[in-house]
Design a protein around this ligand. Structure first.
Ligand code: GAP
Length: 469
């Protein structure tokens, strides 16, 4: 991450260049909600596809599914979310705005030496209430707050068309449950053997209390989750956890190209851990507003399958094809939010240098691999030649066309959106069939034959990819 990156700079760049827009902006916006613009959607898709390739397609022990956002409501009773998926919340007695108690305490202790070693994650609801009362902690508006109360994060909605016949259901709070509820289907319809994992990418929804953390925390977000099933007597969960942690670290630092010094592991405390987990780690990233969770990994034991067996009455045990032993597998779960990954990638690649802003995105993530510039927009031959270059490259690379303004401005625009190469077609191109190709990071330029452009790009993008894989 460049030392100068701030939240304001990222928000401004992503809005200015069409990565991210506030949702329903023409109506004044909607809290904790953002839309992805023409560039944001490409970057998000590249991150999503890379995750899918690494964790599903490249592995023999993994497969993917896509379950519904609205599952049978009993799912969430079985999973424990109806009972336990909650945050401790306080209310400002005057404005009636609600705040997460842990976040209020965390902000209050900042800069107070005597509380430096305090771990807010260790506090339960009562302890937080006592602490708030003892230290007379106020809301951000300076008013007293109520005692903390548990607030469930599951979002409710209703199904049904006839008046009075609407059934309450939940928008899923995690994609994981669609994997557990399909476990039997997967066993019955594939030839996979334990140990194996199932991955899913999709939207999840949570009634978050904390507002204003940009795309870090939103009501609606995209998760990429894996449930990795294994026999607890044949494999040590600690070993599996370690190998998944290594894979996660490698994905972030190599595939996504994020600097190692901006990533760290943090073990969850006993109080902080989710109801289903025996051990949890967060892979934290140093976001512009501090170290925060990017990716979690939890040892969910056999908790979920057991619960679903009990609530559905179905036998969800696995039968070992060699020994015929029947057992409930245990699970390791790496779960990442792709919007947070995108935020991280933007923060980490944002650089200000030589009077320019550059997104030094890993080439495989950049929305465009190259931009094609006809030097002038009013010379038919140059336009035709540039179109031929565009057509040649578009078969293999995502390319951008720009014939507006001077070349310097076009470079600045491409730097800000992270395009690794700019290719200019000029008068010489008409006779010697070469173009100028300019490198985003070094700003160096060289002349290259149009015929060898595909190979040039393939080699250069690919060698950078190799370095990062
Ligand atoms: N199935 C386990 C699970 O859902 P989690 O730690 O609650 O675990 C996994 O969520 C990941 O989803 C987080 O590490 C984070 O990247 C992302 N995430 C969670 N809540 C989010 C929110 N409100 N907005 C954006 N991303 C979120």
């Amino acid at each position: 991450m460049s030392t100068s990156v701030t939240m304001d700079k990222i928000v401004s760049l992503t809005k200015r260049r069409g990565f991210i827009y506030p949702t329903s902006e023409i109506y004044g916006g909607l809290a904790n909600a953002y839309d992805y613009g023409p560039l944001g959607i490409e970057l998000l898709r590249n991150i999503r596809n890379l995750w899918w390739k690494r964790f599903i397609q490249d592995r023999r022990d993994m497969m993917g599914i896509d379950s519904q956002i609205i599952l049978h409501p009993r799912t969430w009773e079985a999973s424990g979310h109806v009972g336990s998926f909650s945050d401790a919340v306080v209310e400002d007695v005057k404005s009636h705005k609600r705040y997460r108690a842990d976040h209020l305490i965390e902000s209050w202790i900042v800069g107070k030496k005597e509380f430096e070693s305090m771990v807010v994650e260790n506090m339960d609801v009562e302890a937080m209430g006592d602490f708030i009362t003892e230290h007379k902690i106020k809301s951000p508006e300076g008013n007293n707050v109520t005692a903390p109360k548990k607030f469930n994060l599951l979002m409710e909605t209703h199904l049904g068309t006839l008046e009075g016949q609407k059934d309450m259901v939940y928008l899923r709070g995690e994609t994981a449950q669609g994997i557990f509820s399909n476990f039997k289907n997967i066993l019955d319809t594939t030839r996979i053997k334990i140990p194996f994992g199932v991955g899913q990418i999709g939207k999840s929804f949570r009634n978050e209390i904390t507002l204003g953390q940009y795309i870090f925390r939103t009501f609606e977000f995209e998760q990429a989750e894996i449930e990795y099933f294994f026999h607890p007597k044949q494999q040590k969960w600690e070993d599996l956890m370690k190998s998944w942690k290594d894979a996660m670290w490698s994905f972030v630092t190599k595939d996504l190209g994020v600097s190692e010094e901006n990533v760290r592991w943090r073990k969850h405390t006993d109080t902080e851990r989710s109801h289903y987990s025996k051990d949890t780690y967060d892979l934290d990233y140093k976001f512009p507003f501090g170290w925060k969770e990017l990716w979690g990994i939890a040892y969910r034991t056999d908790y979920d399958l057991k619960q679903h067996m009990e609530f559905s009455g179905q036998d969800l045990r696995y039968t070992d094809p060699h020994t015929q032993e029947k057992y409930i597998p245990h699970v390791i779960e790496p779960a990442i939010g792709l919007n947070r990954a995108l935020f991280m990638v933007l923060s980490d690649s944002y650089v200000e240098e030589d009077n320019r802003v550059v997104l030094k995105l890993a080439p495989q993530l950049a929305p465009y691999s190259a931009a094609i510039f006809p030097l002038v927009a009013n010379k038919t031959e140059i336009i035709a030649k540039a179109e031929a270059v565009f057509d040649l490259l578009k078969e293999r690379f995502p390319v951008y066309w720009d014939d507006r303004g001077n070349i310097g401005k076009r470079y600045r625009y491409q730097d800000e959106i992270g395009t690794p190469y700019c290719i200019t077609v000029d008068y010489d191109s008409l006779t010697d069939h070469t173009v100028t190709i300019r490198n985003r990071d070094t700003m160096e330029q060289e002349r290259v034959q149009i015929d060898s452009l595909q190979t040039y790009l393939q080699d250069h993008l690919f060698s950078q990819r190799l370095m990062s894989s």
